[in-house]
Design a protein around this ligand. Structure first.
Ligand code: SF4
Length: 321
């Protein structure tokens, strides 16, 4: 079973949603409800899309150039953004993410599933243009930031979107930091890009989990230094749209608190799973969200409100799937 900070957040807000997301959703299932849960799991809003585009541009265009101490010309960046958005929008409009034969790997960077399109909420050109403008602003802010001095240093190695996994009891703890900066003579730095205007929560917990993961997982440090103390890792949350950064450093007591959080959250999940197979679950064991605001933008609303689906989950105990 996998545990990550995003899965833990879903679990703490709505166990029912976590059930759909983590247990029910299966792409290759013959059960059409499980396939539907998989499709709904893929959907994101255009605001989530904005963040993903920024991440992809940084990972696939900027980081390879930064690693050569280069900055690509800005018109090349703008063309990259336009082409990426265009092909993803086309993919989403054709609802290709619903094609059971098409894998994410095969779709590559065209893959995109937008809630506004799936739910026919409407997505006009102005909204798309606004998102593009905000992507461009975010990237300009990055290129003009103080951080660039570090990112262009020829004595460092940048690694974007690296999966960091380690075992904790029966859970596989998974993390994927936006950027790890490896220094020749210093402990690494982890950077998380944020691309939104209004959310207030800070990224201390998220970055702390990444720092612990970096010390617990198999080292990928190109300079082959041991990384064993999360309190030495510099952590940066960069708000690209609002153009400011927050710096964090963990204390020993932060590390204990974060490990406690992982322990408690994964134990709570483990109690509900209790070694059961999918058809042995009773969906009523999974508590629903306490507040209706949590349901407003929930991807699984259609499954959650469909009593037939709920009963199917209960009654299909003896089907092998
Ligand atoms: S609609 Fe509400 S109760 Fe149902 S899964 Fe989503 S958040 Fe939970």
């Amino acid at each position: 079973m996998n545990w990550s900070i995003s899965k833990a957040k879903i679990f703490s807000k709505c166990q029912r949603k976590w059930f759909y997301y983590e247990i029910m959703a299966r792409k290759n299932s013959k059960d059409k409800d499980r396939f539907e849960a998989y499709i709904l799991k893929q959907l994101g809003s255009i605001h989530t899309w904005r963040g993903k585009i920024v991440d992809q541009v940084i990972e696939n265009l900027l980081v390879p150039e930064f690693n050569k101490s280069n900055v690509p010309p800005f018109d090349k960046i703008e063309t990259f953004v336009s082409e990426l958005m265009k092909k993803q929008l086309e993919f989403a409009k054709l609802r290709k993410y619903r094609d059971p034969k098409l894998t994410k790997k095969k779709a590559g960077d065209s893959y995109c599933a937008l809630r506004e399109i799936e739910n026919s909420e409407g997505l006009d050109n102005d909204s798309v243009e606004k998102i593009k403008e905000q992507v461009i602003i975010s990237l300009k802010n990055l290129l003009q930031s103080e951080l660039m001095k570090i990112l262009l240093d020829s004595n460092i190695v940048l690694v974007a979107q690296k999966n960091l996994n380690y075992k904790f009891q029966e859970f596989n703890i998974i993390s994927r930091p936006d950027l790890i900066v490896y220094f020749r003579d210093e402990p690494p730095m982890i950077i998380d890009w944020k691309v939104y205007f209004f959310r207030k929560e800070n990224a201390r917990m998220q970055l702390g989990i990444y720092a612990i993961a970096l010390t617990e997982s198999i080292s990928t440090d190109p300079f082959q230094k041991p990384i064993d103390d999360p309190t030495e890792i510099r952590l940066i949350e960069y708000q690209l749209l609002k153009n400011f950064q927050r710096n964090y450093k963990l204390t020993s007591s932060d590390v204990c608190n974060i490990k406690d959080y992982i322990n408690i959250s994964s134990k709570d999940m483990g109690k509900l799973i209790n070694n059961k197979k999918y058809h042995e679950f009773d969906i009523n064991q999974f508590k629903m969200a306490y507040t209706s605001e949590s349901c407003e933008y929930c991807n699984f609303k259609s499954l959650c409100r469909n009593k037939k689906v709920k009963y199917q989950v209960n009654l299909m105990k003896f089907i092998n799937d």
